[in-house]
Design a protein around this ligand. Structure first.
Ligand SMILES: [Ca+2]
Length: 310
């Protein structure tokens, strides 16, 4: 059983040890409070600084907004400012439009350049005539084969002495070239007379692209007119042009005189050389058919029109 003790009336005293414990407890509590207070103070300071920064930022935004506002556009501006999605969309749209415009401009510029190129570099055509170059008369010669030299005379394989091949390249319709080929000046008149005859020449000008040609008729008979020809080009040394391998074919077709006789000492139609972009300094012309039965093939001009390569 516990016994009740009246301490007010007794002489019982609180031990000194208990006083020290209370003092220690008070000191510990105070130190703890000081540590807590020291930790909270920077946080409060930081919170205050952050609050100040936020306030300044908001103020700047407000000032900027006010200075750019036009009374009639206030609603739309407020909508843009308050709706970031709309603002981004507008920026994206603006960027896309700019890009499209740039692309369109670039395409237009490219097209213009192409047109300019085609209009500022026209082909300059000119007639290439002989000056003092050697013209080699040939007979019994076919496309791609070696040439057989012809000489002046009245026998097989000759040309009439006063009608040499130079006469076909002098720009004069009253002079002509007449070659008998397989025939001679005594007859008989045959379809084959003058066939597989022609000439070749090396021009002193730099190589040119043959674009077209036309042939002028002789003085005496339409039956001597060439109707089909071949043209070959070469850049091989002149001394090697006797060989067929030196030549490249660029034309095999109508002479421009076949469909209609233009009359005596007249030019036929221009014939265009298609699918040829090669420049040559030498050309070989061969007659492969004529209009009728006669002693020879004859023509007063073989006019060559061409251009220099770019
Ligand atoms: Ca002539």
């Amino acid at each position: 059983m516990a016994t009740a003790i009246d301490i007010t009336s007794s002489n019982i005293q609180i031990p000194v040890v208990n006083k020290k414990r209370r003092l220690c407890t008070i000191i510990k509590t105070s130190v703890a409070l000081l540590i807590i207070a020291a930790g909270l103070t920077p946080t409060i300071i930081r919170l205050r600084r952050k609050t100040n920064t936020t306030t300044e930022s908001m103020m700047n935004t407000t000032v900027s907004f006010t200075t750019t506002t036009v009374p009639t556009d206030i609603t739309s501006l407020i909508t843009k400012e308050n709706n970031p999605t709309t603002s981004v969309s507008l920026a994206t749209l603006s960027s896309t439009t700019s890009s499209t415009t740039s692309s369109t401009t670039s395409s237009t510029t490219s097209t213009t350049t192409t047109v300019t190129t085609s209009t500022t570099k026209p082909f300059v055509l000119q007639i290439f005539q002989r000056t003092n170059e050697v013209v080699y008369p040939i007979w019994s010669t076919t496309l791609g084969r070696d040439s057989s030299r012809s000489s002046p005379g009245d026998k097989t394989g000759t040309y009439w002495p006063s009608q040499a091949p130079e006469a076909a390249l002098d720009g004069n319709l009253s002079s002509e070239y007449c070659n008998y080929g397989l025939c001679n000046a005594s007859g008989p008149l045959q379809d084959g007379c003058g066939i597989q005859t022609g000439f070749y020449i090396t021009f002193k000008s730099k190589p040119f692209i043959l674009v077209k040609f036309r042939i002028a008729t002789s003085k005496n008979s339409g039956s001597r007119d060439p109707t089909q020809i071949t043209i070959e080009g070469s850049n091989i040394e002149e001394s090697d042009l006797i060989f067929g391998k030196s030549w490249i074919k660029i034309y095999n077709g109508a002479s421009g005189l076949a469909t209609k006789d233009p009359g005596r000492q007249k030019y036929g139609n221009n014939q265009t050389i298609t699918n040829n972009s090669l420049s040559f300094e030498s050309y070989r012309i061969l007659i492969t058919s004529k209009r009728g039965r006669e002693y020879c093939v004859a023509y007063s001009e073989f006019e060559m029109t061409g251009r220099f390569s770019d």
